[in-house]
Design a protein around this ligand. Structure first.
Ligand code: ADP
Length: 261
């Protein structure tokens, strides 16, 4: 059925962007930014024109994950922000505006929304096949206002198999449904660990729970990403796993998800 849209708010479509995909989560620390970054790189590797917007305003990790944390953005003669280019993508993050990595952002809600709107509408994205938007975790004011102001083509929700993560991810799914953003599916992160010596699979955070949750909500599981040292290592080195270890199970899973989206 077509999504219900309240007449109380009017959404703006981002010009030139074919698909605006948002990546959200119920909780922090489940790997939302890791997924957003690797999916964006995967789209780029598949030949699409890609942008990545780090809207995780209070914890911008995208610049570190892409090895561009000391970069600063410039504006053109028309005051439009020129995004940073990396791995064939156009990238924008609040991190590019802060004087240093340790500077906390102490803006109130209205300031924040103004900045996010600028990141969406005043950045020279050009024409893109995909703009991947890394949302802040949870279902607060920022996520809700964004979803009500900007036309989003689909949301992906990231969770780990733990009950504490799943309890919160339900709220994110309900929020997207209520504001009429189609939920493309769930990505199960840190699904299992494969022992390098024996090849045995260990379901550290639980087995089958994400599938059960998805079925109960009529959602697809787009893929399961294992816990791999390559993933955490590459978050810090600034070369995403899809780029640095394309043969790893997690990189293959990310590429597969990008293909089915
Ligand atoms: P979030 O955006 O949800 O707060 P991050 O993407 O920042 O989470 O991930 C949190 C930490 O977990 C990071 O250090 C990241 O490298 C690590 N991590 C995420 N996914 C995996 C994985 N599949 N295997 C190993 N480490 C992971």
């Amino acid at each position: 059925p077509p999504p219900q849209q309240s007449p109380a708010f009017q959404r703006r479509r981002l010009p030139g962007i074919k698909h605006l995909i948002v990546v959200g989560s119920g909780k922090g620390g489940v790997g939302k930014s890791t997924v957003a970054v690797n999916l964006a790189v995967a789209f780029s590797k598949l030949g699409y024109k890609v942008g990545l917007l780090d809207a995780d305003i209070y914890g911008p990790s995208v610049p570190t994950m892409l090895g561009i944390k000391n970069q600063k953005v410039e504006v053109d003669a028309f005051q439009r922000i020129i995004p940073i280019e990396k791995y064939g993508m156009k990238v924008m993050s609040i991190g590019f505006l802060l004087p240093s990595e340790d500077t906390p952002l102490i803006w109130r809600g209205p300031m924040l929304m103004k900045a996010l709107m600028q990141f969406l509408f005043d950045v020279k994205w050009g024409s893109l096949d995909f703009l991947v938007l890394d949302l802040p975790p949870g279902t607060g004011d920022v996520q809700l206002t964004l979803a009500q102001t900007v036309e989003m083509d689909g949301a992906i929700v990231v969770t780990t198999p733990q009950d504490v993560a799943l309890a919160d991810v339900k709220k994110a799914v309900v929020m997207f449904k209520e504001v009429g953003v189609p939920v493309l599916g769930v990505i199960e992160n840190m699904a299992y660990f494969v022992c390098p010596e024996t090849g045995n699979k260990y379901y550290i955070f639980g087995k089958g729970r994400v599938l059960g949750f998805a079925q109960a909500y009529g959602l697809n599981v787009l893929g399961s990403i294992p816990i791999e040292p390559e993933v955490s290592e590459t978050s810090d080195t600034g070369v995403p796993v899809v780029e640095s270890y394309p043969e790893s199970a997690s990189a293959k899973a990310f590429l597969n998800i990008a293909k089915i989206i």
